[in-house]
Design a protein around this ligand. Structure first.
Ligand SMILES: *Cc1c(COP(=O)(O)O)cnc(C)c1O
Length: 421
């Protein structure tokens, strides 16, 4: 459920007509709903009620400061995967003790930055990383709190580019080697083992892979405790999927996911962390675009939009499906036509949908891509020197531009010409 609904014949974001934002901000732009964001965060919080927990929002899904601050004020921690994200989390006012640092290639500079600024834990993904972190922590006279990310060799049954929990993936250390690696960690004076981490992939539409992974983590917890490690925290990753179409079967609910967590690891007495990204922000955002041209082709008509693959890359990168709806509500029973919906970028991959049935549209009409809040704006680029797409946040009847569209001068002036030219 989200807060982008038709009212009086047009699409609203909470209490603001989307067309009104478009008139002020220009298209394309991303628009997020505070109520939807908050609601999704609270669903996780409620799902883990009764268990000591921290929800560390995986901010790579959408990392605008205003989004981070909205969630931080509800009590969210942050899962960061780079020094830049760490700096953003701090800039949004998130205290270090609520930030976990994930990622397979943390640099020493990033480690130093997080240790100096405060960190809840590093989720370490390899032995060389462990050795580097030990050195950096010792050089600062500190001990770095760590979990080791284990790879449980579970098939997440999701798109290959976002599956991370099989042994062929680059993530984590094989769970079969975990006891050996934890023994090495315990012998490093700059590290303090606090728990175990696992994350098996994104856009999971079934609970079963989570169950298999968490059962393995529960067994490992007991084995590591028997080896003398103080395993007091379990980071269970993110990955719960969202519905991208209104017709397909519903992915599991956070409440059922929470139940599964309690069933599989609840008896261990560990503090639970989860790192949801997509489910928090995915359906809390839309991408609004204008139809530039309607172009008749052979056997198909092209709807050429002012949004392109540089603004929303998911269809090109993951074959992702997004519902695309007109901002003016279609009349009931309005005739539909099949369109190929494309952007202006000079690549055939700049195609959002093929033979998509849509009510008749004309030049100048606005459309909205639904479920575009996660992995949308954050993956945008300025390819074709198209200005980075702006972001807007709605809160009831108010809205604010939370990232402005850069001018051409701002874009061009980031380049410098060497003195020999
Ligand atoms: C991407 C990622 C997440 C979030 O995944 P979602 O599918 O957006 O919930 C959580 N943890 C880690 C380590 C990740 O890489």
């Amino acid at each position: 459920m989200d807060h982008f609904l038709y009212r009086n014949g047009e699409l609203y974001a909470e209490d603001v007509p989307v067309a009104e934002i478009a008139a002020q901000v220009g298209t394309p732009f991303y628009c997020y709903s505070t109520a939807t964001l908050s609601r999704h965060f609270r669903l996780f919080d409620e799902a883990l009620a009764g268990t000591e927990h921290l929800i560390c929002y995986a901010m790579k899904a959408a990392s605008n400061l205003a989004i981070l601050k909205t969630l931080a004020e509800l009590g969210a921690g942050m899962d960061v995967v780079s020094g830049g994200e760490y700096a953003r989390a701090k800039a949004a006012g998130v205290p270090g003790e609520r930030i976990v640092f994930s990622g397979v290639g943390k640099t020493r500079d990033e480690m130093r930055m997080a240790l100096e600024g405060g960190i809840r834990q590093f989720n370490v993904e390899s032995e060389p990383e462990m050795a580097a972190l030990n050195e950096v922590a010792l050089s600062l006279g500190m001990r770095a709190p760590i979990t080791v990310r284990v790879n449980p060799d579970v098939d997440a049954k999701t798109h290959a580019k976002i599956a991370t929990g099989k042994s062929e993936n680059k993530f984590g250390i094989p769970i079969a080697r975990a006891r050996e690696v934890y023994a090495e960690a315990a012998a490093m004076p700059g590290l303090e083992v606090v728990g175990i981490d696992v994350h098996i992939g994104s856009q999971l539409t079934e609970l079963e892979p989570f169950r298999l992974a968490y059962e393995k983590v529960a067994d490992l917890t007991e084995a590591l405790r028997a080896d003398g490690h103080d395993i007091r925290r379990l980071d269970l990753g993110g990955g719960l999927g969202i519905p991208y179409t209104r017709s397909n079967e519903a992915p599991p609910l956070p409440m059922d996911y929470g139940q599964l967590i309690k069933e599989t690891v609840g008896h261990l007495g560990c503090e639970i962390e989860i790192e949801p990204g997509r489910l928090v922000v995915g359906n809390a955002g839309i991408l609004v675009s204008e139809v530039i041209y309607l172009k008749a082709g052979e056997g198909r008509d092209f709807l050429i939009l002012d949004a392109a693959m540089n603004d929303l890359i998911r269809p090109a990168m993951y074959d992702a499906y997004h519902d695309i709806v007109p901002v003016r509500e279609p009349q009931p029973g309005a005739e539909q036509a099949a369109y190929d919906i494309v952007g202006p970028v000079c690549e055939s991959g700049d195609t959002f949908a093929k033979a998509r049935m849509m009510p008749g549209l004309a030049q100048g009409d606005l459309v909205a891509f639904r479920s575009a809040g996660a992995y949308g704006a954050v993956m945008a680029s300025e390819y074709n020197t198209r200005p980075l797409v702006p972001e807007v946040l709605v809160h009831e009847h108010q809205f604010a531009v939370i990232r402005a569209r850069p001018t051409f001068d701002e874009i061009i002036n980031r380049d410098t010409i060497p003195e020999w030219l």
